[in-house]
Ligand binder design. Structure first.
Ligand SMILES: Cc1cc2nc3c(=O)[nH]c(=O)nc-3n(C[C@H](O)[C@H](O)[C@H](O)COP(=O)(O)O)c2cc1C
Length: 188
């Protein structure tokens, strides 16, 4: 029996009612159904100071950055929900990634990755998703070609957190399956 791929999942929003956290939860369940072991990290519980070279010189990596680096290192894959602020990825996500890249070794190299984005707007955060994919590729991740955006995300979930629309459910399932399949292939 092959071992289950280990996936670390997080969203670039700390907000309790984050639409990206909700979409992440749906994709996480689909990844588990596809056979992955998924660890979800909430950045609300892993606060980090804004990156500052002076702070780094004085005290090195903050403890929570070290924790995040360890988590990334312990997993084969990353599943990231990337909200869109002014057509970019959020400062929260960028800051977390920036801190992690200040570790002795870049923890992103060789990871399998998938990015999803949710927005109340008509474009579903597609620009943020694209930029996050580009950033992860630059850092050495193998990003799955499958893409998943959720436009109109403020109306897309029912009270239990499930996606109302069948097309959206299929899209979430498709990216989860692709991520798990690529993690399995690269582990072979
Ligand atoms: C500063 C700011 C800028 C935003 N810019 C965009 C944008 O460019 N495109 C977009 O689709 N939504 C934009 N939004 C709306 C966010 O998509 C929306 O607030 C979303 O719910 C944030 O993600 P979250 O629910 O996971 O926290 C912006 C929101 C904020 C706070």
């Amino acid at each position: 029996m092959p071992t289950a791929p280990r996936i670390l999942a997080f969203a670039g929003s700390a907000r309790k009612e984050s639409l990206n956290k909700k979409l992440l939860a749906v994709v996480v369940e689909a990844a588990r159904a596809a056979g992955a072991e998924v660890t979800v990290v909430d950045f609300k519980e892993l606060p980090l100071p804004l990156y500052d070279g002076d702070l780094e010189d004085a005290s090195g990596l903050p403890a929570n950055a070290t924790k995040l680096v360890e988590l990334i290192t312990q997993h084969q894959g990353l599943l990231i929900a990337s909200p869109e602020y002014n057509s970019q990825i959020t400062p929260l996500l960028k800051n977390a990634i920036d801190w992690c890249t200040r570790a002795d070794e870049n923890p992103f190299i060789g990871k399998v990755a998938a990015v999803v984005s949710a927005s109340p707007g008509a474009m579903g955060g597609i620009r943020s998703m694209t930029l996050a994919r580009q950033l992860l590729t630059h850092l050495g991740c193998h990003v799955v070609p499958v893409q998943c955006i959720l436009p109109g995300a403020d109306k897309a979930f029912d009270d239990a957190g499930a996606l109302r629309d069948e097309r959206h459910r299929k899209s979430a399932q498709g990216i989860a399956t692709a991520l798990v399949a690529l993690a399995r292939k690269l582990d072979a």
